[in-house]
Write a protein that binds this ligand. Structure first.
Ligand code: HEC
Ligand code: HEC
Length: 293
């Protein structure tokens, strides 16, 4: 017993410690290499191309939002990290830099893209690399207004089978009752986003709620072009703003009129019915109606 104990003491315990240490280092090594795989400039570029490039270039001018070249020189790194993670909350909090940006960018709000901390860090590392990203090529085929409207309202199906826009959006006077209101009214969207911004953000859908819906059902260039012309025309009409309100006024108006008519009909037939019914009962009972006596 004693000998075995000694052996454990001199050899077993030492190797046990060595084993523990090597496992520890091995795990640690794996972890740091995994982390640096995730948080890298190239990971950052992939995220940028997928989620940001339809609204931002780096060194190629404004698209929907600002050119991000040198963003880390003009802003605090921590502020940029926070803004990318939770732009919606910074907008709500009335952050002075954000208010200034909103005024400059036609009140277009940068969406919350639900990025993880690791993804945000990769983006920052990518910004630090100083690499540039060109704006997408926006040469499009000739668009047609009627086709744009047909695609918007769903009278013509989207080629890849995406949901028609009217399910979530209104525009101008389309549809007697306006479209859906999950998404914003698009009457003025062209003047706010501009041609490049709107093209770019529809070619590679930039809006988080829509991305899932159009994943693998992206719009074709022809469809983007048709929608663009259609949205341009609505935007140019100008005075159409607030149609969503008038559409809902129309909705209520028609609803109330319908209800009034229905009640009118009902009371008319109800009194008729009451009379004939009581008359009939009296008749059946052999009582002559008082009214007719
Ligand atoms: C739908 C368009 C859109 C998308 C997509 C978008 N942004 Fe923005 N971004 C904007 C707008 C617009 C602004 C200007 C601030 C505002 O109005 O909210 C902005 C501002 C910024 C700013 C501040 C720039 C400055 O000059 O201070 C940073 C940084 C930024 N965006 C990074 C990103 C990153 C990173 C992504 C991708 C993960 C992204 N944005 C995706 C529209 C977008
Ligand atoms: C499933 C609902 C849904 C469908 C379908 C949909 N959208 Fe959207 N869209 C939204 C929502 C919600 C927003 C607001 C941003 C967000 O949350 O993603 C939005 C934002 C937009 C914006 C930016 C508007 C702004 O003022 O910021 C444009 C442009 C747009 N959609 C165009 C379209 C077009 C064109 C179609 C049809 C091809 C379409 N959408 C189909 C839900 C939808």
């Amino acid at each position: 017993m004693k000998i075995r104990h000694k052996v454990w003491n001199s050899f077993g315990r030492r190797s046990f410690v060595i084993l523990l240490l090597s496992v520890f280092f091995l795990l640690g090594g794996c972890q740091t290499s995994a982390e640096s795989d995730l948080q890298s400039s190239s990971a950052g570029k992939d995220i940028f191309d997928e989620s940001c490039a339809s609204c931002h270039s780096i060194g190629d001018g404004i698209i929907v939002g600002p050119d991000l070249q040198g963003v880390l020189d003009r802003r605090d790194r921590a502020w940029v990290a926070e803004f990318i993670s939770i732009p919606d909350q910074l907008i709500l909090s009335g952050d002075p830099i954000v208010l200034e940006l909103l005024a400059e960018y036609n009140d277009i709000e940068m969406p919350n893209l639900a990025l993880t901390e690791t993804e945000v860090e990769s983006l920052l590392i990518f910004f630090e690399s100083g690499e540039s990203v060109e704006a997408v090529d926006i040469t499009l085929p000739q668009g047609h207004v009627a086709r744009g409207e047909a695609i918007f309202t769903g009278t013509q199906a989207l080629e890849m089978g995406g949901t028609p826009c009217i399910a979530c959006h209104t525009v101008g006077t389309v549809g007697a009752f306006g479209g859906g209101n999950l998404g914003p009214d698009l009457t003025k969207v062209y003047s706010r986003f501009g041609k490049i911004g709107l093209t770019s953000s529809l070619q590679n859908i930039a809006f988080p709620t829509m991305r899932g819906v159009y994943e693998e059902k992206s719009l074709t260039n022809q469809e983007v072009s048709d929608l663009l012309v259609f949205l341009t025309i609505n935007s140019a009409r100008g005075e159409e703003e607030g149609v969503a309100d008038s559409a809902s006024a129309l909705f209520w108006g028609v609803g109330l009129m319908g209800a009034a008519l229905l009640f009118g009909f009902m009371s008319f037939f109800w009194s008729q019915q009451k009379e004939t019914l009581s008359d009939r009962l009296r008749k059946d009972a052999g009582i002559t109606s008082r009214r007719h006596s």
